[in-house]
Design a protein around this ligand. Structure first.
Ligand code: UDP
Length: 474
């Protein structure tokens, strides 16, 4: 455990402890909120608690002197995650963290909190780490829960038991009723089909992971408020529903737009390869399709090849993030056909991890083939880049449905990735059906920007969050 650097804290400022779930898509928005509360909006003292594993990854990548100069009252501390050093902590095995953090990290978190030299004003805990709510209750510290999903997916999680009672869970693939409408979730009637439910809905009701989500979700309601990285105008009806569960819902997104460029790259656990920006500079406006599947999901070698053929056959230039651990059965990494390698040399660029926001805001990028992680979805909406969605796990199925059916800012390619389908969707988003979605894409990007500017909904909610924490402190 690290030393508590209280000497850098501002005397008398509120002290907020921030606890994310140990994955990139959770750490990024929560660290951006921490930076905002420390630097911009609040001037608060912040203790950001990572797991030991991510703590060293993050600190290896950031320039610690520059970081401390910029955020002098933000300290990092860490607790064990309960897994062995060799554990992959990605792909399907990421769920091991649900159970190990609850058993091993919980007492460690409690010890850390009581050892802090300035008592926390409040704890902001990830909804997937709701053991922090038990710790906060026990120690009499106010707690706010931060769900890193959309409002819509958060709302669906509150209906897991109802879905079980109504026989909608488990969703069984291939039994012919994947397109059946789900009508028991208020506000989402006529929108969701069974195939659009979160991936855990494929589990049996008594599966430990299903039970974990049910317990976590209900425990979140013991927090005094809910923070969501979304904006009011995108999900108005569902946010109203959530207000019937939580007395206060702070929608403060898109968080990445509230942070300026040098500091947003201070939340990456993986080294970024910036060389692709130079390559993008040489491409025509709106000509490039950006492809990324985020930090967790994995592909089979066959899926990789189907995507690759689809991209190449579309004839469009593409920039593709292929993480070193993206392909699981990659025993023969050189088994990429020469024709694909040649075509990629001509009009493709592949990197292992990229500065995604710089890419999405680059004038050469015209579309995004995404796994529909919530951060990626929100970033794409904000930068006005239309999407092709290929969701795989957790909330991604929901996000892709919202993108295509509700917000009309992209097309949903879920449950298939054969090369001809990929090729067709690439052509659709870049050319053939682009007109259908561009008006809505431009409109939603404007709404996102309006929300964070003075007077906008996320701007006001961030101010309110700051004020509310100050009033707890006084
Ligand atoms: N990201 C990045 N570089 C990449 C791919 C992704 O910086 O090459 C960032 C992206 O901007 C997003 C986050 O990683 O903020 C991924 O979060 P998301 O919720 O989209 O997906 P997850 O990784 O949780 O599946």
């Amino acid at each position: 455990q690290q030393e508590d650097k209280k000497e850098h804290f501002t005397m008398d400022a509120p002290h907020v402890v921030v606890l994310p779930f140990p994955a990139q898509g959770h750490i990024k928005p929560m660290l951006m909120l921490a930076q905002l509360l420390c630097h911009g909006a609040g001037g608060f003292n912040i203790t950001f608690v990572n797991t030991d594993h991510n703590h060293s990854r993050l600190l290896n990548l950031i320039d610690q002197t520059a970081f401390s100069r910029r955020f002098p009252t933000l300290q990092f501390m860490s607790i064990p995650d309960g897994l062995s050093p060799e554990h992959p902590r990605t792909g399907p095995s990421i769920v091991d963290l649900f159970f190990s953090t609850n058993s091993v990290s919980k007492p460690e978190f409690r010890n850390l909190i009581v050892s802090l030299s300035q008592e926390p004003t409040c704890i902001i805990a990830d909804g997937t780490m709701s053991f922090a709510i038990d710790v906060a209750d026990e120690l009499g510290i106010p707690v706010i829960t931060f769900r890193t999903y959309s409002a819509t997916c958060t709302w669906i999680y509150f209906h897991l038991q109802k879905l079980i009672r109504n026989g909608e869970i488990p969703v069984v693939e291939g039994n012919g009723d994947m397109d059946k409408q789900i009508s028991c979730i208020p506000g989402l009637e006529n929108i969701l089909r069974r195939r659009d439910l979160p991936s855990i809905c494929k589990l049996e009701p008594d599966d430990p992971i299903m039970q974990f989500y049910i317990t976590q979700t209900s425990k979140m309601t013991r927090a005094s408020a809910l923070i969501l990285n979304t904006f009011q105008e995108l999900e108005t009806p569902i946010i109203s529903h959530l207000q019937s569960i939580f007395p206060t819902v702070y929608t403060i997104g898109p968080l990445h737009t509230l942070i300026d460029s040098p500091s947003k790259n201070l939340s990456s656990l993986i080294q970024m390869d910036e060389s692709c920006i130079k390559w993008l500079d040489s491409q025509h406006p709106k000509s490039v399709l950006y492809v990324s599947f985020g930090s967790v999901i994995v592909l089979s070698h066959d899926q990789l090849l189907e995507f690759w053929y689809g991209l190449v056959n579309s004839g469009k230039p593409f920039l593709w993030v292929i993480r070193p651990d993206l392909v699981v059965d990659n025993n023969e990494p050189n088994k990429i056909p020469d024709e694909l390698k040649m075509a990629t040399k001509e009009r493709g660029c592949i990197v292992s991890w990229a500065p995604q926001e710089d890419i999405l805001s680059h004038q050469a990028v015209g579309g995004f083939l995404t796994h529909s992680g919530w951060n990626s979805t929100l970033e794409s909406i904000t930068f006005g880049v239309p999407m092709i969605c290929w969701p795989m796990i957790t909330d991604q199925q929901v996000n892709s449905r919202c993108v295509s059916e509700l917000w009309k800012v992209g097309f949903d390619m879920k449950d298939t990735c054969d090369r001809s389908t990929v090729e067709k969707f690439v052509r659709d988003v870049m050319e053939d059906r682009r007109q259908e979605i561009m008006e809505s894409t431009v409109k939603n990007a404007r709404l996102a920007h309006d929300s964070i500017h003075e007077g906008g909904s996320s701007y006001r909610n961030t101010k309110k969050l700051v004020q509310d924490i100050i009033s707890i402190h006084l």
